[in-house]
Design a protein around this ligand. Structure first.
Ligand SMILES: Nc1ncnc2c1ncn2[C@@H]1O[C@H](COP(=O)(O)OP(=O)(O)OP(=O)(O)O)[C@@H](O)[C@H]1O
Length: 333
């Protein structure tokens, strides 16, 4: 039996209707994440990554509204549930980790008490349950008894993020969404927290949607990558394929902007230009104005189409090249 993906997002569209105009932050986005798999969602600031995450869990606040698509979590469309059913799914099947752990932690209660509350909400124990100390041990806390009795402000940023991950994993969710989970941490701590998430999701078979603007994080963590630009997915591929054979000029640009150890400080290549105004999107390819390879044809909007095995790109040139390669292969056969 094929159990299907844990998360399957199809045609997700979320808009903000503001006085200054309508912003289509997420525009027909589709992807899926399987059990134990990590999908990276990468793109520059403002490309729609966080709104995608919030839309999946129906946490978009007004004036934002999900206006189309489906979000299947284990075969159930979350967009069709009532608020009560949705709350239940959020607490039992999915967990969120944000950049700032203090958004998930309450400053006036001890860490042990807060972990206990998570258990209690599901009738699985309380602060005195051995599961609390075990959860802290699982995320590599050196002295779980002492940490359980601590308040969040008495911990370092890295330790707090470990507590949030412990809290998220306590109910063994099938889906974990992590939005820039390590951006606020020191580089060495970042690596430790990422490795911890990788190990926990691997051990529990959790599907992980990892949002970041950092290609280095993607390389370290992901099985597959979806690249977002101006509200759309512009390329998707397995991680090695994307790094070795990027087909969309935007992805190629992002890859060039990865800091390299042999690069003198301050000489970071960045993508020239800026993303389009999301309330006045141009017709055609949205990357056109920044694209070194733009042509007349890019005035019409390219679909996201297959350019190789498990590899798709929203670019006319990439699609032409893929067609040419297929023709050459069939000629050779
Ligand atoms: N409350 C809001 N009202 C109006 N527009 C919004 C609101 N929240 C988000 N947006 C718009 O939605 C778009 C996508 O934002 P989003 O936060 O998802 O980007 P992002 O890729 O996650 O960026 P970052 O990496 O900076 O978090 C942006 O153009 C933003 O201006």
């Amino acid at each position: 039996m094929n159990p299907g993906p844990v998360l399957a997002v199809e045609g997700l569209t979320t808009r903000f209707r503001t006085r200054r105009g309508t912003v289509t932050a997420v525009d027909g986005v589709s992807f899926s994440v399987g059990r134990g798999e990590t999908l990276g969602l990468v793109g520059e600031s403002g490309s729609g990554k966080s709104v995608t995450a919030m839309s999946i869990l129906r946490l978009v606040a007004s004036p934002g509204r999900i206006e189309g698509g489906s979000v299947m979590l284990n075969g159930t469309d979350l967009l069709q549930l009532d608020e009560e059913q949705m709350r239940e799914r959020r607490s039992t099947q999915a967990a969120l980790v944000f950049q700032n752990p203090m958004t998930a932690l309450n400053p006036v209660f001890t860490v042990g008490w807060q972990l206990g509350e998570t258990l209690r909400a599901h009738g699985r124990g309380d602060a005195s349950s051995p599961a609390v100390l075990q959860a802290l041990r699982d995320v590599g806390m050196p002295d779980p008894e002492r940490q359980a009795a601590s308040f969040p402000h008495q911990m370092s940023g890295g330790m707090r993020q470990r507590v949030v991950i412990a809290m998220g994993m306590l109910n063994e969710p099938q889906l974990l969404i992590a939005d820039e989970p390590t951006t606020a941490l020191d580089v060495t701590i970042q690596a430790q927290v990422l490795d911890l998430m990788k190990q926990l999701t691997h051990d529990h078979g959790t599907a992980l949607l990892l949002i970041t603007h950092n290609m280095g994080v993607i390389a370290r963590m992901c099985d597959r990558v979806a690249v977002m630009y101006a509200g759309e997915i512009v390329e998707e591929a397995p991680v090695d394929e994307l790094f070795g054979n990027a087909r969309h000029p935007y992805t190629a640009g992002l890859l060039q902007s990865i800091p390299r150890v042999d690069q003198p400080r301050g000489k970071l290549p960045t993508l020239p230009g800026a993303p389009p105004d999301m309330s006045a999107l141009p017709g055609g390819c949205r990357f056109r104005d920044r694209c070194p390879r733009a042509q007349e044809r890019c005035l019409s909007h390219p679909p996201l189409a297959e350019v190789g095995p498990r590899h798709s790109a929203r670019c006319w040139l990439a699609q032409d090249a893929a067609e040419f390669e297929t023709m050459e292969m069939s000629d050779a056969a």
